[in-house]
Design a protein around this ligand. Structure first.
Ligand SMILES: Nc1nc2c(ncn2[C@@H]2O[C@H](COP(=O)(O)OP(=O)(O)OP(=O)(O)O)[C@@H](O)[C@H]2O)c(=O)[nH]1
Ligand SMILES: [Zn+2]
Length: 337
């Protein structure tokens, strides 16, 4: 997992570390910001950042030395200036700590730039309704590709089990070994299966991704009952117009038991940046079988001498698993819908 950090550091966000023309000489006496304090970015809105510092919400902008370096939800940053959090107070972000993971999306019709959406999350929760709306496999596959590519643990959260049986859907993902939880209306909190979901979220930062109407807001409200108060006027979780927002929103779970990051629609999840070689690394058992693949083999279904086919033919690999992996591989370049 460690190698991840380096992989991203050299081609990060929009303008990360791109050499810039210097208007003044490189100084040895750059400010050291000894007085800076640590914070976590919980939402981004047109150049304004909301951070949590010492348990309170504060507002900040980027300090000049950061230049055009991207700062995204989930980033661990250091800030100086007015960190009181009182109305009108504005701090400055002077440093972004190295990221453990980055969830990114590539260009799509709406947005031509490859972007990091969320930093430092270790789990991607794909929220899917078992009915109303009907599950879309293409969408789930694409979300899984994004998770594996980002070296995040995927979790399928299947909602509305009161409307349809989860088995059909689960059978499609069993061969990949994707963990899952099932929820439905009912119970004390209004949602059955919430405890299991909470267990899975405990002690880590998880991104929640889902198509509109799958019940994501219902889950977020059940998990963080006072979400609305906590986010205040910044960005009400369930507020109307929420899905017109382009920014993710990070919320702390009660009793500091973890963080969830609610994201707007899954619609714009371009995956053109994902390389087959990197995707297969998420499946070490399959990766091992591609050692003798011809140079440049993508391990796709049309490859003439792929080691995966050899392995299946020799009974070394589970055909269902290989097929599922190849479905993900293909989902990478399928059109968005
Ligand atoms: N039958 C059933 N309905 C549910 C369940 N969970 C949520 N719903 C309903 O599904 C609808 C959509 O739920 P939301 O929580 O708003 O879904 P969302 O994914 O946040 O959708 P957007 O707000 O459009 O992004 C609402 O009418 C919910 O009451 C469930 O477990 N079973
Ligand atoms: Zn191959």
């Amino acid at each position: 997992m460690v190698r991840n950090t380096n992989r991203y550091s050299d081609h990060d966000v929009e303008h990360y570390d791109r050499p810039r023309r210097r208007t003044r000489p490189r100084t040895k006496d750059r400010p050291t910001y000894d007085e800076a304090v640590d914070g976590v970015v919980v939402t981004v809105d047109r150049g304004r950042f909301t951070l949590i510092v010492d348990g309170r919400e504060i507002w900040a902008v980027k300090a000049r030395p950061l230049g055009r370096k991207g700062v995204v939800v989930g980033d661990h940053v250091r800030v100086v200036g007015d960190v009181s959090g009182i109305e009108g107070a504005l701090a400055r972000i002077v440093e972004v700590r190295p990221r453990s993971t980055v969830l990114r999306r590539t260009a799509d019709d709406d947005d031509p730039v490859e972007r990091v959406i969320v930093a430092n999350a270790s789990q991607l929760v794909v929220v899917i309704a078992l009915a109303d709306p009907e599950p879309r496999h293409g969408l789930i596959d694409r979300a899984l590709v994004a998770a594996y590519d980002a070296r995040m643990t995927p979790l399928l959260c299947l909602t509305k089990a009161d409307l349809a049986d989860p088995e059909t859907l689960l059978s499609t993902y069993r061969a990949l070994g994707v963990p899952w939880v099932v929820t439905q209306r009912g119970g004390d909190t209004g949602i059955d299966g919430l405890d299991e979901l909470r267990d899975r979220l405990e002690g880590r930062a998880s991104v929640l991704l889902g198509h509109s109407g799958v019940g994501k807001s219902t889950l977020v409200n059940a998990l963080v009952p006072d979400a609305r108060r906590e986010v205040g006027h910044v960005n009400a979780v369930t507020g109307r117009g929420r899905h017109t927002s382009t920014s993710a929103l990070m919320l702390e779970l009660p009793r500091a038991s973890g963080w969830i990051i609610d994201t707007p629609g899954i619609r714009s999840f371009g995956l053109a940046h994902v390389e087959p070689e990197h995707l297969i690394e998420a499946f070490p058992d399959l990766d091992e079988m591609t050692e003798d693949c011809p140079r440049g083999c993508t391990h796709g279904v049309d490859e003439p001498e792929c080691g995966l086919d050899v392995a299946v033919a020799e009974g070394q690999a589970d055909p269902d698993r290989v097929e599922s992996f190849r479905r993900l591989l293909a989902a990478r370049s399928e059109p968005l819908y």
